[in-house]
Design a protein around this ligand. Structure first.
Ligand code: AR6
Length: 180
């Protein structure tokens, strides 16, 4: 699915984020930047041990929930990894929506600051962190569209969804947000 937003493009694809030829990929990290399972595990596995060494040296305190930090991308085709820490779902009344949106925006700001024309996101928080899929999809799509409409950058934002169900939730979110 492709949506034009002025000079920019939003894409939804089903696939593996480690294979994306974009300037930056987003990792769904934890606040200790310790590596883990899911997309975090896949990125460190494919990118190599240098990435964990770099984040440990640059960010010994880790990264707060709702923020994102930058590293190079080791063996991956991307130039950068933005390690975003989404919220753990605790029912939705403990600031989770604001934290998810803020982690997403932090990555988009990093993209601009590091002159990235293209960025790929996974479904942050919608796996091990238990954020309900439809709510996470709506939040990430709306946050991205608002940002891109305002800043007219980055030129390409791609959501890389691991399975068909996740892709479908993001496609429904786009249908809701984009005026037809
Ligand atoms: N490419 C794209 N998406 C993927 C991939 C991949 N290679 N692998 C999994 N996904 P999760 P979270 C999807 O659990 O909920 C880790 O242990 C997955 O199907 O990776 O933010 C970290 O260290 C799901 O839709 O991230 C943290 O401790 C989405 O990515 C914690 O999990 C996010 O699932 C973060 O949990």
């Amino acid at each position: 699915m492709i949506v034009k937003l002025g000079p920019c493009r939003l894409e939804l694809v089903q696939g593996d984020i480690t294979q994306q030829h974009v300037d930056a990929i987003v990792n769904a990290a934890n606040s200790r930047l310790a590596g883990g399972g899911g997309v975090d595990g896949a990125i460190h596995q494919a990118g190599g041990p240098e990435i964990l060494r770099e984040t440990a040296a640059k960010y010994p305190e880790g990264c707060a929930t709702g923020n994102a930090v930058v590293s190079t991308a080791g063996n991956l085709p991307a130039r950068f990894i933005f390690h975003a820490v989404g919220p753990i779902w605790k029912g939705g009344r403990q600031g989770e929506p604001e934290q998810l949106a803020s982690a997403c925006r932090a990555c988009l700001f990093h993209a601009i600051e590091h002159h990235c024309d293209s960025i790929a996101f996974p479904a942050i928080s919608a796996g091990a962190y238990g954020y309900p899929l439809d709510l996470a999809a709506n939040n990430l799509i709306k946050t991205t569209m608002d940002f891109v409409r305002w800043h007219q950058k980055p030129a390409l934002v791609r959501f890389v969804l691991f399975d068909q169900g996740t892709w479908g939730a993001f496609a429904r979110a786009v249908e809701e947000v984009v005026p037809r």
